[in-house]
Design a protein around this ligand. Structure first.
Ligand code: ZN
Length: 304
């Protein structure tokens, strides 16, 4: 499926988006900044890094020149990356960046890569805005974000936003099958299904047996909860996840997956499934602000 692309983006899916990037590069119509927006583990950073290679390599993304090697190792002096370290990104590193960008370039571009740009404080984002308005020549910003609504509208309006869509399950399974030749088909199918179109999740599931077990047991438990209304079992189950936001997110995503599948395959359950889906989305929305997670989830468990 990737044969219509000029470069090897080392990624599954996102064909229309990659075509647009390739034509931006070919026509020399690069914006001052890109924002790659979409859920975690969907391929945003891979695309950002590959674009960095394509732009900086003197030999058309050859994979083995000094530039390509340095970018790969994260030591290329004019490909400046702010990796997501889980911390907020304050104004000082952005001020240092301003100073670095004012130096004469020695490579084709000065690239600034900001992973999860929503980590920027308002002060940092405002400082960045000044450069975004009038960047030094041959400078390109690339940012990724899981939640674009947390990024300043003034930053968004000065950027070209590309929205990443979940990959199709068939696409994912095909990709996994090519990667894991000896693997059991059912395992590939489960990983393709349960990862909700996110290649990063599918890959981790294949690589990490503990994670695979967690997903499998969650899938089995949630399927059972939908069949039997045993409130003691449901509440007891919450103990395992209620303190861990990441586990809660996985719990809600898998629940949605099961409900959507049921919606399509069991017409008699349609109204019930739609009502629960709406409730799960409501829980997801509520979780964006500080909230009593246990109460919220208990309420959800009581509602079906
Ligand atoms: Zn190269």
């Amino acid at each position: 499926m990737t044969s219509s692309l000029r470069y090897n983006w080392r990624i599954v899916g996102h064909l229309p988006l990659l075509r647009q990037l390739e034509s931006d590069v070919a026509d020399n119509r690069l914006p001052n900044a890109y924002i790659f927006s979409g859920p975690p583990e969907i391929g945003k950073r891979t695309v950002m890094m590959t674009l960095a290679h394509i732009l900086q390599c003197e030999r058309d993304y050859c994979h083995d020149c000094i530039t390509c090697t340095q970018i790969e190792k994260g030591i290329h002096s004019e490909t400046i990356e702010f990796r997501d370290d889980g911390e907020t990104l304050g104004v000082d590193p952005i001020r240092d960046l301003l100073a670095r960008l004012s130096l004469t370039p020695s490579s084709r571009y000065k690239l600034v890569l900001i992973e999860r740009a929503e980590r920027m404080t308002v002060e940092a984002a405002n400082c960045l805005l000044k450069i975004l308005e009038e960047p030094p020549p041959q400078t390109l910003f690339m940012m990724t974000t899981d939640t674009i609504r947390e990024i300043l509208p003034t930053v968004i309006s000065r950027s070209r936003v590309l929205q990443f869509q979940p990959c199709r399950k068939e696409e994912l399974v095909e990709w996994l099958a090519a990667k894991y030749l000896a693997e059991d088909e059912r395992k590939l199918d489960f990983a393709g299904e349960i990862s909700l179109g996110r290649p990063g999740v599918a890959y981790k599931l294949m690589e990490d047996p503990a994670m695979m077990d967690f997903y499998k047991s969650l899938y089995a438990d949630l399927t059972r909860f939908l069949q039997f209304n045993n409130i003691f079992e449901r509440f007891a189950y919450l103990q395992n996840i209620v303190e861990d936001r990441q586990k809660i997110n996985i719990f809600l995503d898998i629940f949605l997956n099961i409900l959507r599948h049921k919606l399509l395959t069991e017409p008699a359950q349609r109204a019930r499934c739609l009502a629960i889906i709406e409730r799960v989305y409501e829980v997801k929305r509520t979780l964006r602000v500080p909230v009593n997670q246990r109460l919220l989830l208990e309420h959800l468990m009581l509602s079906f």
